[in-house]
Design a protein around this ligand. Structure first.
Ligand SMILES: NC(=O)c1ccc[n+]([C@@H]2O[C@H](COP(=O)([O-])OP(=O)(O)OC[C@H]3O[C@@H](n4cnc5c(N)ncnc54)[C@H](O)[C@@H]3O)[C@@H](O)[C@H]2O)c1
Length: 337
């Protein structure tokens, strides 16, 4: 049994607590500054609770720490957790600036501990099937990717959870807005297929979501090496849908996550060849992720997003925000801490 401390037991922290517990491989401790939340964690999951994360890290030993607080706390908490001798799983986005990314990597390496970032698409079987297929290279190099996603955020945020306008979501400095909160998932996964983003041209605005002023609608055009990528996302439309299409000179591959299928259409074909995938319970990818993280700290396989890859996606997030502000293309490597 691994001793695992969950710091931040809001919406995603509670899910991690429940999903790590369901692996049967971890003994959980819940930490939050909210006494009400801690009482709920103790009552619902029978776990011990702590209200002070620093004290918990200095006075106790945890094999691993899962960091589920708003994004501006991710790196400082991860550095202290690693320095205390724990492995870390850090929620996305890695941070809201490039500050201390290097210290995080240095602390991980000095302590010889494992660190991963919880970009959840790496734990969806459909996404892994698609990436594996594309990596085999049967369709040739990916020349263009188009992504189109939308959902009604107020409906998708769990009904029992705190209203989104009262969370980090309302403020970009806490990781809020559609780019850092939602689009970053797709960008991170696309980067894992076609390589890191070199430059970004972004247009975004607040179009509809009540009680917040952060962007809820985003259009982005990027260059990832030889691949051109376009992202379109909003968080107010009625259908909850996501379509990603990869185009090569030999054919196309389309992922329709909401329809639980992906397909190929080769040059000369007259219809899509679809592969259906089994529908998943909402918690299932998080249980897969928890098991993958525990495998990683046991020195077995590593299928999760690395800190280095998450730092590249952090550059995508920051370049997108800067591009929208400037009204011009921004090169990811031009950003400084
Ligand atoms: N991977 C995913 O699918 C996914 C989904 C939702 C959120 N997230 C990410 O997870 C993070 C948290 O999101 P959320 O929706 O759970 O937010 P939330 O507001 O529901 O929960 C955050 C919790 O952190 C606690 N907290 C803040 N400061 C703390 C401190 N110093 N010590 C202990 N606890 C502290 C708050 O009290 C709150 O309970 C964000 O970075 C978000 O982007 C990821």
């Amino acid at each position: 049994m691994h001793a695992v401390l969950i710091i931040g037991c809001g919406s995603i922290g509670e899910r991690h607590l429940r999903c790590f517990q369901s692996t049967g491989r971890a003994r959980l401790t819940a930490c939050d500054t909210s006494p009400v939340l801690l009482e709920n964690m103790a009552k619902t999951y029978g776990v011990e609770t702590r209200s002070d994360w620093k004290k918990a890290l200095t006075s106790e030993t945890f094999d691993a720490v899962v960091i589920c607080t708003p994004a501006q706390f991710h790196i400082p908490m991860a550095i202290e957790a690693l320095a205390s001798g724990s492995h870390v799983l850090i929620e996305k986005p890695l941070s809201v600036s490039l500050e201390d990314v290097d210290s995080l990597l240095a602390t991980r390496d000095r302590m010889q501990k494992k660190a991963a970032v919880a970009y959840i698409l790496h734990s969806y079987p459909i996404m892994n099937q698609v990436r594996d297929f594309l990596r085999q290279g049967e369709l040739g190099p990916v020349l263009q990717v188009t992504t189109m996603a939308g959902q009604h955020f107020p409906t998708c945020r769990p009904a029992h959870a705190v209203h989104y306008a009262k969370t980090y979501y309302r403020d970009r400095k806490m990781g809020g807005g559609a780019i850092q909160d939602a689009l970053t998932h797709t960008a991170n996964w696309i980067e894992s297929v076609v390589g890191p983003t070199d430059s970004v041209l972004c247009d975004c605005d607040h179009q509809a979501l009540p009680e917040v002023s952060v962007e809820d609608t985003v259009h982005i055009s990027t260059r990832n090496g030889q691949t051109m990528v376009s992202y379109s996302l909003n968080q107010f439309q009625a259908p909850n849908e996501s379509v990603i299409q990869f185009n090569t000179a030999q054919g196309s591959l389309r992922v329709e996550s909401h329809l639980k299928r992906w397909g190929t259409y080769r040059l000369g074909d007259s219809s899509w060849q679809w592969r259906e995938v089994a529908p998943l319970e909402r918690d299932t990818p998080f249980v897969i992720q928890a098991n993958a993280f525990l495998d990683m700290i046991e020195g077995k396989s590593n299928s999760l997003c690395s800190v280095e890859a998450a730092a590249r996606t952090l550059r995508f997030n920051l370049a997108s925000l800067a591009s929208a502000e400037l009204g011009a293309r921004v090169h990811c490597d031009s950003l400084t801490a």
